[in-house]
Unconditional design. Structure first.
Lengths: 263, 236, 249
């Protein structure tokens, strides 16, 4: 049944696209309406909720103390995890992270890590022994397409909202002092996903568009317009020119969003 | 309009074979009026038709094909049969019993049990249903003796040879009866185990060398040599 | 523990292993190495040693995973515990799970998935030794294993990475370059359709550097593609030549 609906829908969607429009009346390079709220979870050190069209993602940041990785003794630790909760879609089931949630987490992770968003050097308490560990937990609450961008925007917003407790070291012990410090943020990567449907490239695919697309490509761009992370997804393919075209669209779009967000 | 490769040339998936007014045959596909190979194989063309004789492929059922299969499960009112294909075949009890199946009276494992071999014909098969078999024709039914050998199904035509030349030669030289399942499963029944094994070796040789020419002669030679070796050994 | 090298590219423009910026590591391919599998291949790419095996098409187990209009492809990328410097736990890591997904998505476009509904094709990749670029080498071997299994394909898929090391865009990063370099761009290509089926990137690149890296990786892919085709044909060519030699004796 699913395939038959897909074929008819695909035709509908393609026909609209030939006129440079989409089912929800957007232009090919338009995002759906995006709403961002920060600090919605007081118990978390940082948090944000993003509504992108009907896709809803909440990101909570927890900061704990832990050991650094052996090959980076002078850096704090970043770890990103994602949950596609069963609440979010009839397709999601409870259980250990599956390939979709792992891929989502790793794409968002790469955007943050490769752009050096967090100044991890400032997260060291005792070099080689004790550092702050930043846990970025992505919680998908409703899936209506483009979880990647929604999660990435939510993660970035949550990090900007994150406060760490002040501390001092007395007699070799870490003691918490009153007051807070913002998590040291250096960069503001923006991740933009483009779907290929037939010969058209569309920004921010909706769930329907994801179901008919050939493939998608997500790119993370930093404040200096460098590309920090790319991930192609889906069982189809892109021609090299389409990739370079997508990169141009992403560059322009990121600039637009950066201005709007003031990042 | 060009054809890019010579007959009997080895191709791999994605190789461009011909362009223009050619008919795409077996194991090829068309993209923008160019014909490409879809499998590893040998290019053949006859008139305007381009085929790739695949060197390795699995069996996809076709109605009317004679196949040899193994019973894998005794079911409620029939059997499931492994026909050396991605698709599992079904044999209905009513087909074997030649009358409606009576659950109280008929004990299916007595008729055919898991592990039994059958020669059957494919009655029906399409993309949405598993293949159905029949044994209700002369020459079909349970196999009680002989050797089974599996070869890649695309090479069965090579085993048959031009106008049956290869298979008749093997039957003659080995004195065996050979039933060729189009699904790549072959049944060999001979007077002695040695005769059956000789025929099997011939089939293995054909499978390995099917893409070369002069095969019929070489197989004939091999069979004659092995037989005369046997005679010598007997006489010592 | 390894000491970090001072420079990744020396004054003559040569890399740690003596290669030039646009030079591929050595590649060795063999098809049909696992007798039980329907199709298989082995690759040595630099110091990478990887085995790929295909089982299928066959019945789908569990049944509810079957698709009515096409084959289901499953792919498992796995690294042996002894494949890396520090022993890796045999349990699948998050990286292996992600790579299993992207590798599958790089191979599916090449296979005629709609030809055999309600069947399943399993692709298994085992990395016996890793030295940077394992996902690319895995794809190259897996595509050969698929072709060897007899499943119809539109083209082979071949993969190669490019990247940036100390301000220079280079082809085919080995492990040290991958770890210490500025960017890594793995690419998979179906050469006849000019189709990119895998594209990832991590690091920092300008748009121009990115374009250069992708084009360089594509060139690397095309070189390996020639070797793939030879490896597929080799089995049969050897038999033909063996017969010719016998006849000439």
């Amino acid at each position: 049944m699913a395939s038959i609906v897909t074929r008819v829908k695909k035709k509908q969607i393609s026909e609209l696209m030939d006129k440079k429009k989409r089912m929800d009346d957007r232009d090919l390079t338009d995002y759906r309406e995006m709403k961002i709220e920060q600090g919605i979870i007081e118990r978390a050190e940082g948090s944000a909720r993003v509504l992108l069209g009907k896709t809803e993602v909440v990101v909570g940041i927890k900061i704990e103390m832990g050991e650094p990785f052996p090959d980076t003794p002078n850096d704090g630790v970043l770890t990103v995890n994602a949950e596609l909760t069963p609440i979010a879609s009839p397709k999601f089931e409870a259980g250990p992270p599956d390939e979709m949630s792992i891929e989502l987490a790793r794409i968002v992770d790469r955007g943050i890590r490769e752009s050096k968003t967090i100044n991890t050097e400032k997260l060291v308490i005792e070099p080689g022994k004790k550092v702050f560990v930043v846990f970025v937990d992505i919680y998908v609450l409703n899936h209506d397409g483009n979880l990647i961008d929604a999660a990435a925007f939510a993660a970035m917003s949550a990090l900007l909202n994150t406060k760490m407790a002040n501390y001092e070291i007395k007699d070799g012990e870490v003691q918490i002092k009153p007051g807070y410090e913002q998590l040291p943020i250096r960069k503001h990567p923006i991740t933009i996903t483009i779907a290929k449907i037939g010969d058209k490239l569309v920004v921010d695919p909706s769930l329907e568009e994801e179901e008919v697309m050939d493939a998608r490509i997500s790119m993370a761009i930093d404040d200096d317009e460098n590309i920090c992370a790319i991930q192609k997804g889906g069982s189809g393919y892109f021609e090299p020119d389409e990739i370079f075209e997508a990169a141009k669209i992403v560059k322009a779009k990121a600039k637009e969003i950066r201005k709007k967000m003031n990042w | 309009m060009p054809i890019f490769l010579e007959k009997r040339q080895l191709v791999t998936p994605g190789d461009l074979i011909a362009e223009g007014e050619y008919v795409a045959g077996e194991n090829t596909f068309v993209e923008k009026s160019k014909i490409y190979a879809a499998r590893v194989g040998i290019v053949e063309y006859e008139n305007k038709r381009v085929d790739v004789v695949a060197l390795k492929a699995f069996y996809v059922p076709r109605p009317g094909d004679i196949v040899i299969g193994t019973i894998t499960e005794v079911g409620f009112n029939g059997w499931t049969v492994d026909i050396n294909s991605p698709y599992i075949a079904l044999l209905r009890a009513s087909d074997v019993l030649s009358r409606p199946f009576k659950p109280q009276k008929d004990d299916l494992p007595q008729v055919l049990d898991a592990g039994d071999l059958v020669v059957a014909k494919i009655v029906s098969y399409d993309r949405t249903h598993d293949p159905q078999l029949t044994v209700a024709e002369p020459g079909l039914g349970k196999i009680t003796r002989g050797q089974i050998i599996k070869i890649t199904p695309t090479k069965i035509p090579r085993v048959i040879g031009k106008k049956g030349s290869m298979i008749s030669m093997i039957k003659q030289e080995t004195g065996c009866n050979i039933i060729l399942g189009l699904n790549g499963v072959v049944l060999i029944t001979g007077k002695t185990l040695e005769d059956e094994q000789l025929a099997m070796r011939a089939l293995v040789k054909i499978e390995q060398e099917s893409h070369t020419s002069g095969l019929t002669d070489r197989v004939t030679q091999m069979l004659k040599e092995e037989k005369s070796n046997k005679e010598e050994n007997k006489n010592e | 523990m390894n000491d970090k090298p001072e420079k990744l590219i020396d004054k003559k423009g040569l890399r740690l292993d003596g290669r030039k910026a646009d030079e591929l590591r050595s590649v060795k391919l063999e098809v049909g190495v696992i007798p039980n599998a329907d199709g298989s291949a082995y690759i040595e790419h630099g110091k990478n040693k990887i085995l790929a095996a295909v089982y299928g098409p066959r019945e789908v187990h569990p049944k509810h995973l079957a698709l009515q209009d096409r084959t289901v492809m499953r792919c498992r990328y796995h690294m042996a515990p002894f494949s890396v410097q520090e022993r890796k736990s045999p349990a699948p890591s998050r990286r292996e799970i992600e790579l299993s997904k992207v590798i599958r998505e790089s191979l599916e476009p090449a296979v005629f998935m709609e030809y055999y509904p309600r069947t399943m094709v399993n692709v298994f990749v085992e990395v016996l030794q890793a030295d940077g670029g394992t996902r690319c080498a895995s794809i190259t071997a897996a595509a050969l294993a698929l072709a060897d299994s007899g499943i119809p394909m539109k083209d082979l898929v071949v993969a190669c990475a490019a990247g940036k090391v100390e301000d220079t865009v280079v082809l085919d990063l080995m492990d040290t370059e991958d770890k210490l370099g500025a960017a890594d761009v793995p690419v998979a290509l179906m050469p006849n359709l000019n189709a990119l089926t895998l594209l990832q990137m991590d690091g920092t690149l300008t748009h121009e550097e990115f374009e250069k890296a992708v084009n360089m990786a594509i060139e690397g892919c095309k070189q390996i593609y020639v070797m793939q085709k030879e490896a597929l044909k080799k089995k049969y060519v050897n038999v033909s030549e063996g017969i010719k030699e016998e006849a000439e004796e």
